[in-house]
Design a protein around this ligand. Structure first.
Ligand code: GDP
Length: 164
């Protein structure tokens, strides 16, 4: 039987500032993902470090600092989504990290264009609209980081009957 999973999605400051919140949430709901947690939050240095705890190790201080500045430039909308193979499904919906490489039909491909070369030449973060957990283990860590037990919900959705 396919696994029902929960995954953490952040609508990053560029998505919120561009007024894309409703359209992006709609995409997730349209494929039958159930919202089991939702909130708006201004990230601070501590939350950024805990969320991207291995980013500096993976890509260096320059990428970490650019990403930290970008993630704190305005509020984010955090979503906890539940569905069949939700972790991989949401990653498929958002597309690869660099929007310049993301196919049309993915969120990053449809709403952004920034390339790795442009980000590197300008020292800008990759403004790629959304974050989504990369693995089931990461989803568990991030869900607990972003949502307390009383902010995570359980309720029957019609997608279980008709979409999955
Ligand atoms: P994601 O899971 O697709 O978001 O990608 P990663 O976990 O590898 O990286 C996290 C975030 O760091 C990305 O979404 C980007 O905002 C930023 N980032 C990653 N790699 C680079 C890079 O090479 N240059 C810059 N400027 N930002 C990067």
């Amino acid at each position: 039987m396919a696994a029902i999973e929960r995954t953490l999605v952040l609508l990053k400051p560029d998505a919120v500032a561009r007024g894309l919140t409703g359209r992006l949430v709609q995409r997730f709901e349209d494929v039958g993902l159930k919202i089991v947690g939702i909130k708006m939050k201004q990230m601070d240095a501590d939350l950024t470090r805990r969320h991207y705890f291995d980013l500096e190790e993976r890509f260096g201080k320059g990428v970490y600092d650019a990403t930290a500045t970008y993630m704190q430039q305005g509020p984010v909308v955090a979503l906890l989504l539940e569905g069949v193979e939700a972790v991989a499904n949401v990653r498929r919906m958002i597309g690869p990290t660099f929007p310049g490489q993301a196919a049309p039909g993915t969120i990053r491909g449809d709403f952004a264009h920034m390339s790795k070369a442009y980000a590197e030449a300008t020292g800008k973060a990759i403004a790629n609209l959304v974050h989504a957990s990369g693995s089931v283990d990461e989803a568990k860590y991030e869900s607990e980081l972003w949502f307390g037990a009383d902010e995570q919900f359980d309720y029957p959705g019609l997608a279980e009957r008709y979409v999955f």
